[in-house]
Ligand binder design. Structure first.
Ligand code: 8X3
Length: 261
């Protein structure tokens, strides 16, 4: 079992949001954006020092949470308590880039575990609280990817997992059709963050940098956070089913405008 939560139950006096994977990148940026929009943000991630620093910065609550661990998710739900307005299922990631013929089964399992099972576990645990959101305006925003819309060479394990994220999102929306909660997905394309590509290429900085080579302006985490902030603050009858967001330089997954020396 992973570490237990680091803060006591949050107050329900203000609108509350949970962001998973809040220790860096899109998750951390989304936590900041939602705090700026007036939410009390529960910042959940595995790295305690990071979520504590972030929560201190934005006046939120830090919870040490591994979304793939059921006990850890139950502890997150205990901190959230009775009511929740917004859940951003952001925890996810890509591990490895081998072709299908050389697939590492452990890497593929890890990707399915965090991008699909983790998201499902957190959603299941927090759904009762979301159904009690202020004014029936609860909303779940799953962070998918353009990798959940297309296939590309060397991306098989990640694209399969992110297609899973997309299909789980759609299924959940169908299943909750008569409930006072919305189910959305944001699907970003090329976003330059400190860790995504580095983790994917197992710490190989050169390989990670090559993803963005010659692209003057890839998206940054704040661009996606801005989109999520908009999606989750629409009037309660408005469900943004999916929002695909790419940099201008990426017309499609393989069609990227690069200016190389
Ligand atoms: C990340 C987008 O292009 O690396 O979710 O698959 S991509």
């Amino acid at each position: 079992m992973t570490d237990s939560p680091t803060s006591a139950a949050v107050s329900t006096a203000v609108r509350t949001a949970v962001v998973t994977g809040a220790s860096s990148g899109i998750g951390a940026a989304t936590a900041r954006t939602l705090a700026g929009l007036g939410f009390h943000v529960v910042c959940a991630a595995r790295r305690t020092d990071r979520v504590e620093a972030l929560a201190a910065e934005i006046g939120g609550t830090a919870v040490t949470c591994d979304v793939t661990d059921a006990d850890s998710v139950a502890a997150l739900a205990a901190v959230v308590g009775e009511r929740l307005d917004v859940l951003v299922n952001n925890a996810g990631g890509a591990y490895g880039s081998t072709p299908v013929a050389q697939a590492d089964a452990d890497e593929w399992r890890r990707m399915y575990d965090v991008n699909v099972i983790g998201l499902v576990q957190v959603t299941r645990a927090l759904l009762p609280a979301l159904l009690r959101a202020e004014d029936g305006a609860g909303v779940i925003c799953n962070v998918g990817s353009t990798a959940g819309r297309i296939a590309y060479e060397g991306g098989g394990g990640y694209t399969a997992a992110k297609h899973g994220t997309q299909v789980v999102t759609e299924t959940l929306r169908l299943e909750l059709w008569d409930q006072p909660v919305r189910v959305c997905e944001v699907a970003p394309g090329m976003v330059r963050t400190d860790e995504f590509a580095l983790v994917r290429f197992d710490g190989d900085a050169e390989k990670a940098a090559s993803v963005y080579a010659g692209v003057a302006e890839p998206l940054v985490a704040e661009d996606v956070a801005d989109a999520i902030g908009w999606m989750v603050t629409r009037p309660r009858h408005v469900n943004i089913d999916e929002l695909v967001i790419r940099p201008r330089a990426q017309a499609a997954q393989h069609k990227v405008h690069r200016v190389l020396d």
